[in-house]
Design a protein. Structure first.
Length: 218
């Protein structure tokens, strides 16, 4: 497919953008994120599920910018906390909390609990300005560590222990993480269908009407 398609990642998170750019390298796609377009309105993530929030972010960004947009909504689901923090993962320690503060809050909630089972869940939505969207889902199971470890990644990565590799996500390289993470799995599925996805985007993008001045105009 010769034509390059601009795809906006509906996030200001540079780490997330870098992961997606790396995974889609080699395809005729120019990756941007919302930081590249100056100030645009924030999307209120008030959906009750990851799917609702992913679609809301992708479709809103696509409509505002007039370009296809990709958004993911992901979070940490902890068994012994009844699925919390779930869709509230980013706001678990308050709207403006740092990653370290979120991890600290979760470790406080987990104090004394022996059941450390948890999973990262991810839903990716690819939307066009007219509202149609494709949806992909994935999950990665692990454990909540007793204390943070590692300096890579972002979010809850320092306290998400992945048993098969015997390290936290923050101790993995970006390549290692992308092979096993919830987002990596969802994006790998997209990558496997990328040619079809690009065709779908081209087919569903609105056609720009052309107006000609001349004798036809009265």
């Amino acid at each position: 497919m010769a034509d390059t398609i601009f795809l906006v990642i509906a996030t200001r998170n540079s780490g997330k953008t870098a992961e997606i750019r790396e995974l889609l390298k080699g395809y005729p796609v120019q990756i941007r994120n919302v930081e590249d377009f100056g100030p645009i309105p924030e999307v209120k993530e008030d959906g009750q599920t990851f799917e609702e929030n992913a679609y809301k972010k992708a479709s809103f960004t696509a409509r505002v910018l007039g370009l296809p947009a990709l958004a993911d909504d992901s979070g940490l689901v902890v068994e012994t906390l009844g699925g919390a923090p779930g869709v509230y993962s980013a706001r678990f320690a308050g709207d403006h909390a740092t990653d370290a503060e979120r991890c600290a809050r979760l470790l406080t909630e987990m104090a004394g609990k022996t059941d450390r089972r948890a999973a990262f869940e991810c839903v990716v939505s690819i939307a066009v300005p007219t509202g149609q969207a494709l949806t992909y889902e994935a999950r990665c199971e692990g454990l909540i560590a007793e204390k943070p470890a590692g300096r890579n990644g972002f979010g809850y990565d320092p306290i998400f222990y992945y048993p098969p590799l015997k390290r936290t996500f923050a101790e993995l390289t970006r390549t290692e993480k992308s092979l096993v993470s919830h987002r990596g799995k969802a994006l790998a599925e997209i990558k496997g269908e990328m040619e079809k996805v690009l065709v779908w985007i081209q087919q569903h993008m609105p056609v720009v009407e052309k107006f000609h001045q001349g004798s036809e105009m009265k």
